[in-house]
Design a protein around this ligand. Structure first.
Ligand code: ACM
Ligand code: ZN
Length: 527
């Protein structure tokens, strides 16, 4: 019996020694084949990029990413002899597709474009960090499932300085996301300089104080003025920084609700025309842009004219969510607008509002995204719906033939808490979303194969009422953003147990970057 036991153990050891090395990449790649041996990346390793300037740029990003392992940034050269990491564009591959091949003689990263190469390098970065420099021989063939893979940051409730916005973009790049939705205007502050309307930044960005504690229970305020905005120069810097990381920035200018920052700066934008103050508490102001005055539309078009100069994105997000109709009901100008245009109710007035702005943006070569409320009073064929009140708005939009981004609060609101034991978590929203729930998102829920083609992709949203600084941003975003990234990149190959196993390695990438990520999931405390 004892002899049998020894034999079984010996066989087990033999099998372990010969088992293929584990290759843990998040999000899950399409295809992984391991080979024999390994390649070691260290300070002497060279990255070669040929004469392509944008390949040089991604090569240098990679050198900086693995510097904690190599000790100093590896050299990026046009060409080199011997073992190296060679980057190349391969026109046979799709734009976001890559092939990463590692052998004992070096590594090759081929992508359909520099963007694809960068995704290959993000995978290689993970392997370098997990193996402390030693990467097993492997061929990874990979491409994303969805074309739109995004994350939103609200900088209105709490302002994040430029360096933090750049760090947010780095986090998106690490997860192979390609859209940064930048929520720039709201009731609690307007955060982008508009040259034609200087008071937006000067007055609209400042609230006189801020609620302390929970919206439901607190009546206490801190008495401290709070503000912050991005100059146009800073916005350009952010857009350029994101573009270098192959991420498109989609700005959001909220209308017709969530506009108190603007109304405070220019009271004629509202129905009542006076007595506005940037909000000091969370929730939604009843004061919204007046839909009856042509001057409101002229203002918004002037703002958008500057916005489209700053942001080259195809899409401009124009909000549309949570617009109380009380002021419009009482406003003679809004009521006249309804009558003149044969609009039956205030929902239709909102549709009129959104479609008038959409038309202007279309005429200027852009498309709109709106939150799912834009469906309520009727929607144009060309608007993209961002589903947030669960998936139902997105499902209805796809069934109607509109394109959709799925960001339902039931799975994608990363400001919701992470566990059921909220006494261990910082002050936050009451609802909670553990990793498993975020991972469970099915963007194709209830859709026929024909309707599925309207789903552009997925997005994680980070509202910052209870997130005062960037340290807390990371705690809420990580690791749950990885679950959203996997739905976006690897929808057709998801498996939660396998994901959980890979995440235990992937957290080393967070450690290496020095990120303050939440550990509830890793400690088994999130459900
Ligand atoms: C939203 O969460 N109000 C889009
Ligand atoms: Zn009005």
């Amino acid at each position: 019996m004892k002899r049998l036991f020894v034999l079984v153990c010996a066989l087990g050891l033999w099998a372990a020694a010969w088992a293929a090395p584990e290759v843990n990449i998040v999000p899950k790649p399409l295809n992984v084949e391991t080979g024999d041996g390994s390649f070691t990346v260290d300070a002497a390793t060279v990255v070669t990029v040929g004469r392509d300037a944008s390949l040089r740029s991604v090569g240098e990003l990679f050198a900086a990413m693995i510097e904690p392992v190599t000790g100093r940034a590896v050299k990026v050269k046009t060409a080199a002899d011997g073992a190296k990491i060679a980057l190349a564009v391969d026109p046979e591959l799709g734009e976001e597709e890559y092939v990463l091949r590692v052998t004992p003689a070096g590594a090759d990263v081929r992508g359909g474009s520099p963007k694809g190469v960068l995704y290959g390098l993000q995978s290689l970065r993970q392997l370098v960090i997990e193996g402390e420099g030693t990467v097993p021989a492997v061929t990874v063939k990979d491409k994303p499932y969805f074309g739109y893979r995004g994350a939103m940051l609200d900088v209105c409730r709490h302002f994040m300085p430029v360096e933090d916005v750049k760090a947010f973009i780095d986090i998106l790049a690490m997860h192979k996301l390609n859209r940064f939705h930048f929520h720039l205007t709201d009731d609690q502050g307007w955060r982008i300089e508009i040259k034609k309307y200087p008071d937006l930044a000067r007055k609209g960005s400042v609230r006189k104080e801020t609620l302390v504690g929970n919206l439901r229970t607190s009546t206490e305020y801190d008495g401290i003025p709070y503000g912050g905005y991005y100059t146009q120069k800073q916005i350009r810097e952010i857009v350029r920084y994101a573009a270098e990381r192959h991420i498109e920035v989609i700005p959001e200018i909220e209308m017709p609700g969530h506009g108190l920052g603007a109304l405070t700066a220019y009271p004629w934008l509202g129905c009542r025309g006076e007595n506005y103050e940037v909000w000091t508490r969370w929730g939604i102001s009843k004061d919204v842009f007046c839909a009856g005055k042509d001057s409101t539309f002229e203002f918004l078009q002037d703002v958008l004219a500057e916005v489209i100069e700053l942001f080259p994105s195809k899409y401009i997000h124009i909000g549309g969510d949570e617009c109380p109709k009380a002021r419009w009901k009482e406003c003679p100008l809004c009521q006249r607008r309804m009558k003149e245009n044969g609009l039956k109710n205030e929902e239709e007035l909102q549709s009129y509002f959104m479609q008038r702005i959409e038309k202007w943006l279309n005429d200027h070569g852009r498309n709109i995204i709106g939150w799912d409320e834009i469906l309520q009073g009727g929607i144009s064929k060309t608007a993209t719906v961002m589903s947030w009140r669960g998936s139902k708005g997105g499902i209805a939009a796809a069934k109607a033939g509109n394109t959709v981004i799925m960001a339902p609060n039931t799975h994608c609101y990363l400001d919701y808490r992470q566990t059921q034991q909220q006494e261990f978590e910082p002050l936050g929203q009451v609802k909670y979303l553990p990793m498993r729930q975020v991972y469970a998102l099915d963007p194709y829920e209830q859709l026929t194969p024909d309707e599925c083609k309207y789903i552009l992709g997925v997005q994680g949203n980070l509202w910052t009422e209870y997130i005062p600084d960037f340290r807390q941003v990371k705690h809420m975003l990580l690791p749950r953003l990885a679950a959203i990234a996997e739905t976006g990149w690897a929808y057709d190959r998801k498996d939660f147990e396998d994901f959980s196993r890979r995440m235990r390695q992937f957290r080393k990438v967070y450690d290496c970057a020095g990120y303050n990520y939440a550990t509830y999931f890793f400690d088994g405390k999130d459900e």
